[in-house]
Design a protein around this ligand. Structure first.
Ligand code: PLP
Length: 394
């Protein structure tokens, strides 16, 4: 075999989300963009904060261009890591040093590196359905096996009995994602506390650490104005995987970080992260954007637009008879399908020019995801189409 079969398979088959997005582009060319209601992709629709543009301009005008575009330290510029550590230190009573921060090319790289750093062949990593589809790819790439814990469908918090039944002597880590893609659900402090207690107990029973990986690209996209429970305050063996893709609307710039809790029992963990970054070719995250982050680690996009989109969609769709999980954050709405099969429901939605993603690959059947990071016009104009879709079933 001249190529790696698994890589060929991954590269040949587009994800269902990308498939729909491509279909949407084609359809828009055929009937006009305004007539297609494309809710397929989680691409931010709110502009980056004005400060981002200002800082970028001033960096380009005032900094030495060789320094600006040159290599940084493999784990990221010290000034950037200090700024990130300072921003995190506001969330906890202990100090996370800059030496435990690793700058990355977004959350995808943060996760890939973290999983590679901790996994050995045959290890298991638990994810909670519904989960970001790429977790499977990242976990398997690290030589581990994905194990899915099914949710409590009444509220989409963790089903702890189900979780306990999934933990084995091979469990190396669990990944949480709050606010969640695709449900928009936020884990309460109570959920994080109970999860931490179970992980502590089970780690003792199986005789090794179970890491808690918190994937947090939507951390600041929370609608009730509350701060999310910060995992390091609850569980020592935790690792935060973050990205500025959504909080600063910079998904194409590929910038994020890994933060290792200073309370981790495994003192070699950070070095393993650096080693995994090295072996995966992820050293030195984009230099210009590292320098930007050094100056705006505490800024966030205006989430008012997403909140209003959520309010309009949730209110109208429920009034049309759809059952939806009310999202408290991120920019996704999880909707229960009419009929059992999400794929055929999505096909039916397409006949109304509505593009939504079936959630089978997110680990749950019978649901679709609406990514409402779209223009207000698309939201409002799509409502009659959603109403007509619902009327086909009632
Ligand atoms: N994790 C979750 C839950 C996501 O939704 C995404 C992107 O949509 C990522 C990770 C990857 O983020 P990034 O674009 O920063 O790599």
């Amino acid at each position: 075999m001249d190529i790696n079969e698994k890589s060929f398979e991954l590269g040949s088959k587009r994800s269902i989300i990308r498939e729909l997005f491509e279909y949407g582009k084609k359809r828009k060319a055929e009937i006009g963009a305004e007539n297609v209601f494309d809710f397929s992709l989680g691409n931010p629709s709110v502009e980056p904060p004005k400060a981002v543009e200002k800082i970028l301009k001033s960096l380009l005008e005032s900094e030495n261009s060789m320094l600006l575009h040159g290599y940084t330290s493999a784990q990221g510029d010290l000034a950037t890591r200090k700024a990130v550590a300072d921003s995190l230190n506001k969330l906890c009573p202990f100090e996370i040093p800059a030496d435990l921060i690793y700058m990355t090319c977004g959350a995808a790289a943060s996760l890939t590196i973290t999983l590679k750093a901790i996994s050995n062949i045959g290890d298991e990593c638990i994810v909670f359905a519904p989960f970001f589809t790429e977790y499977k790819v990242f976990i398997e790439n690290a030589g581990a096996k994905i194990v899915i814990s099914e949710p409590d469908e009444s509220n989409f918090q963790i089903d702890f009995n189900n979780l306990q039944s999934k933990i084995t002597s091979k469990t190396k880590a669990v990944i949480i994602n709050s606010p969640n893609n695709p449900s928009g659900v936020i884990y309460t402090a109570e959920t994080i506390r109970t999860l931490s207690e179970i992980l502590r107990q089970k780690s003792k029973e199986i005789g090794h650490v179970i890491y808690l990986i918190s994937d947090e690209p939507y951390r600041e996209l929370v609608y009730n104005g509350e701060k999310l429970p910060f995992v390091m305050n609850y569980y020592d063996n935790s690792i935060v995987c973050y990205s500025y893709s959504k909080s600063l609307s910079l998904p194409g710039e590929r910038i994020g970080y890994i933060a290792v809790s200073p309370k981790n029992e495994e003192k070699k963990l950070y070095n393993a992260i650096c080693g995994a970054g090295r072996s995966l070719g992820f050293v030195c995250a984009p230099s210009l954007f590292q320098k930007l982050i050094a100056k705006c680690a505490n800024i966030t996009v205006d989430i008012g637009t997403y909140k209003e989109n959520r309010n309009i969609l949730y209110k109208n769709l429920t009034s049309f008879g759809f059952k939806c999980v009310k999202p408290d954050g991120a920019f996704y709405l999880l909707v229960k399908c009419f009929g059992k099969d999400a794929a055929s429901f999505c096909e039916r939605a397409k006949t109304h020019e509505i593009l939504v993603v079936p959630c089978d690959d997110f680990g749950i059947k019978g649901y679709v995801r609406i990514a409402y990071c779209v223009s207000r016009e698309t939201i409002v104009n799509s409502l009659p189409a959603f109403n007509a879709l619902a009327n086909e079933y009632v």
